[in-house]
Design a protein around this ligand. Structure first.
Ligand code: SAM
Length: 240
C-alpha cells in the first residue's frame, strides 16, 4: 500500500473497531496488554502529586488506556493529553474519562501525530502504545514527539516487536495469522481490520532498527526492553 493511501485505510479500520476496541484487546492478548501498558507507564514514572503543573502527551492515544493510567498514577496538577487522528476512538476515550471522573485532567486533541499542534517544549513526558505502527510517516512522528518535549524529558513507546525466543516465534505466527482475524470476525463482524493488525506488526521495524530511528529523530540515551519474549518492546529515549 502507498504511504499516501495508508492513513485513509487506517482511519477506516479504527472507525470500524472503536466500539469493541477495548474488548478485542483483552480477548486477543488474554488480558496481557494491561500488564504491558502498566510497564510503559512505570517507564515514565509519573510524579505523585507534582508541585508544579506536569504535562504528559499520549500519542495515538485511542480510547485512553495509557492516559488514564498516567492520570491515576500521578496526582493533580498533572494534565494528560490524548492525541489521536480518529474521532470514533476519541469519543470512546471521552466517555471513559467521564466514567472514571478524570475529565478535568484529560485533554482530548484530534490531530495527526506527524504534525503535532503544540509549541516546542510543551510536555514533561510522552508515551505511545501500539500507535506509531499505524502512522504513515513514522520518522516525522518521532521528530514531532522530540520537538514537543521539554529538554530533560523522555518518550516511551510500547509496540509490537520481534520475538526473540526460539519456538515462540512459530507459535505466535500461527496464533496471529489464524486466531486473531477469526476473533475479529466473531467480535467486530470483520476479519479484515485484524489482518491489517497482524501484517502491520510484521512490517514494523525490529528493536534495533526502531532504536536507530529514535536516535535519528534526536533522542539520546535510547534503550529498549523486551516483554513477553519480544512480542512487545518498550523503547525509551531522552530529549537532552
Ligand atoms: N494507544 C491506544 C492503546 O494502546 O490502546 C490506541 C492504539 S490503536 C492500536 C492505534 C491508534 O493510532 C488508533 O486510535 C488510531 O486512530 C491512531 N492513529 C493512526 N494514525 C494516526 C496518526 N497519523 N496520528 C495520530 N493517531 C493515529
Amino acid at each position: 500500500m502507498e504511504a499516501s493511501d495508508k492513513q485513509g485505510f487506517v482511519d477506516g479500520v479504527f472507525h470500524q473497531v472503536a466500539a469493541r476496541y477495548d474488548l478485542m484487546n483483552d480477548l486477543m492478548s488474554g488480558g496481557l496488554h494491561r500488564a504491558w501498558k502498566d510497564a510503559l507507564v512505570n517507564t515514565i514514572a509519573p510524579p505523585k502529586a507534582p508541585v508544579r503543573p506536569w504535562r504528559a502527551l499520549d500519542i495515538a492515544g485511542g480510547t485512553g488506556d495509557i492516559a488514564f493510567r498516567v492520570a491515576e498514577a500521578s496526582g493533580a496538577p498533572a494534565e494528560i493529553t490524548i492525541l489521536d487522528i480518529n474521532a470514533s476512538m476519541l469519543d470512546v476515550a471521552r466517555a471513559r474519562a467521564k466514567e472514571r471522573g478524570l475529565s478535568d485532567r484529560i485533554r482530548i486533541v484530534e490531530a495527526n501525530a506527524e504534525k503535532l499542534p503544540f509549541e516546542s517544549g510543551t510536555f514533561d513526558a510522552a508515551t505511545s502504545a501500539f500507535g506509531l505502527r499505524n502512522v504513515p510517516d513514522l520518522a516525522a512522528a518521532l521528530r514531532e514527539a522530540h520537538r514537543v518535549l521539554r529538554p530533560g524529558s523522555r518518550l516511551a513507546v510500547l509496540e509490537f516487536s520481534h520475538v526473540d525466543v526460539a519456538g515462540l516465534d512459530r507459535l505466535y505466527d500461527l496464533y496471529s495469522f489464524n486466531v486473531i482475524p477469526e476473533l475479529g470476525r466473531a467480535v467486530v463482524g470483520e476479519a479484515e481490520p485484524y489482518r491489517y493488525l497482524v501484517e502491520s506488526i510484521r512490517r514494523f521495524p525490529n528493536q534495533e532498527r526502531f532504536a536507530a530511528m529514535l536516535r535519528t529523530a534526536g533522542f539520546e540515551r535510547v534503550t529498549y526492553r523486551n516483554l513477553s519474549g519480544g512480542i512487545v518492546a518498550i523503547h525509551s529515549g531522552w530529549k537532552l
